[in-house]
Design a protein around this ligand. Structure first.
Ligand code: GLY
Ligand code: MN
Ligand code: MN
Length: 439
């Protein structure tokens, strides 16, 4: 099942129906970003823009104007330019945006600054994600100022500027059938890639070499890009939450943490597994790993419609603290340790996050001050972890430098939940068997 142009059009219709009367909404595409001198990073479209258009060219702007007779969906896009297309490839051009994407009207980008003040003129509400894209903010300001200067000729400047996020990001938070199918495929590819990396791992390998097996597997399965920079941390590097140097040698006796997930059709997957470099967990590694695994499984089990987001996090805090207490890394009374956040040196992040087109996807976590209840169609990660800093002198030396996180992607369903990433092993027995026998 694929996301089609009809789906993108349907999303525009849905958003148009939510927008205030007589409003105008602006959704800019991403721009190419310089890596060094005149070399650019691979292009990644802005997720809001792609969600509404399926259009993968840089610098375009989608304009939505509910009730406009000449057309409600207008695109400004790079013009057809045979000379440039020899260098940078095919462009749809305005005609392509109308014919292939189903826009009502489309204009070349060089008309944006001259046309926008006229399009905004007379619209009472201007909706866009202010503060997200500084150069675009400056352009919008210039269009508003150009309109202000024409007030004596009868121009009417919007009275209200509103954030677009509340409508658009709520739409993105609930995944439909086609989106779930893409996310399931991305999750499956990443799960298989993690299994492949487990089987390839050897002491003496460098972290970035282990990373390359993940990237290779994903690419060979049709997912060219990763959804974020993979984290591959051997030994105490696993305790650095956003470690992306990935340049250390993997040592026998250490664990290695891999947090990586591919992106497919601009949808993310996000998996973490932690396993022994030499294929066998030591006793302290096993003990700490089992605490994280039991917590992760219990948190997934607790997921169903109606359960407040915060309850899942609180459950992870309770179970991890209990585990730390039973292993002697924390001492004292369980309730007091939770109340005083004594677990924080070992568990300093939250249980997970929304997952979708962005790895840390959009959508509110709290509404009217309360953690929002889970609902069918939401996808979130469940990723408890325990990290014992190598210089933590308050614990027995056997625990120092062990970092463990286990992360799966979970869809909330009408009746409970579905783990999208279940194809990658996570029990101690299954990991050891896979690493030793390749089965
Ligand atoms: N890979 C980033 C995260 O797990 O949130
Ligand atoms: Mn992750
Ligand atoms: Mn995550």
């Amino acid at each position: 099942m694929k996301i089609t142009q009809a789906d993108f059009k349907q999303r525009r219709q849905e958003l148009l129906a939510l927008l205030p009367q007589n409003s105008i909404a602006l959704i800019p595409a991403a721009s190419l970003k310089t890596r060094n001198r005149d070399a650019e990073y691979a292009f990644r479209q802005d997720s809001d823009f792609y969600y509404l258009t399926g259009f993968n060219e840089p610098d375009a702007v989608l304009v939505l104007m509910p009730g406009r007779l000449e057309g409600e969906s207008v695109m400004f896009c790079p013009p057809k330019d045979p000379a440039m297309e020899i260098w940078t490839g095919y462009r749809a051009g305005p005609d392509g945006c109308v014919n292939a994407l189903g826009m009502d009207q489309a204009f070349p980008l060089d008309q944006l600054d001259s046309q926008m003040p006229a399009l905004i003129n007379g619209r009472s509400v201007l909706c866009y994600s202010q503060g997200h894209d500084a150069p675009f903010d400056l352009r919008v300001n210039a269009w508003l100022e150009a309109l202000r200067l024409k007030v004596r000729q009868g121009a009417v400047v919007p009275q209200i500027v509103m954030m677009l996020d509340s409508w658009l990001h709520e739409m993105r938070l609930y995944k439909d059938e086609a989106e779930i199918a893409v996310m399931q495929r991305a999750a499956q590819i990443s799960a298989e890639a993690h299994s492949a990396a487990m089987m390839k791992c050897q002491p003496g390998m460098y972290e970035y070499q282990l990373e390359s097996f993940i990237q290779h597997y994903c690419a060979m399965s049709g997912a060219r890009f990763q959804a974020y920079s993979p984290i591959v941390g051997g030994g105490a590097n696993a305790c650095i939450l956003h470690y992306i140097d990935n340049n250390a040698e993997l040592k026998s006796g250490d664990l290695v943490l891999i947090d990586a997930g591919c992106e497919l059709d601009n949808y993310a997957s996000d998996i973490t597994r932690t396993f022994p470099v030499n294929g066998r967990f030591s006793e302290p590694q096993k003990a700490l790993y089992q605490v994280v695994l039991d917590t992760q499984i219990a948190c997934i089990e607790a997921m169903k419609p109606g359960v407040p987001w915060g309850e899942i996090h609180d459950l992870s805090v309770r179970l991890l603290t209990e585990g730390l207490l039973s292993l002697g890394l924390l001492k004292g009374d369980l309730e007091e340790l939770i109340a005083t956040e004594a677990y924080k040196p070992f568990y300093m992040h939250r249980i997970g996050h929304w997952l979708g087109m962005d790895v840390h996807d959009v959508g509110l976590y709290k509404q009217q001050g309360e953690w929002r209840p889970l609902q069918a169609g939401m996808v979130m990660t469940i990723e408890p972890g325990l990290y014992v800093a190598p210089d933590n002198m308050d614990v027995d030396p056997c625990w120092r430098g062990i970092g463990i996180r286990i992360e799966d992607d979970v869809l909330v369903t009408e009746t409970g939940h579905h783990v999208l990433t279940s194809a990658v092993p996570k029990t101690i027995e299954d990991i050891e068997t896979l690493m030793q026998t390749g089965a």
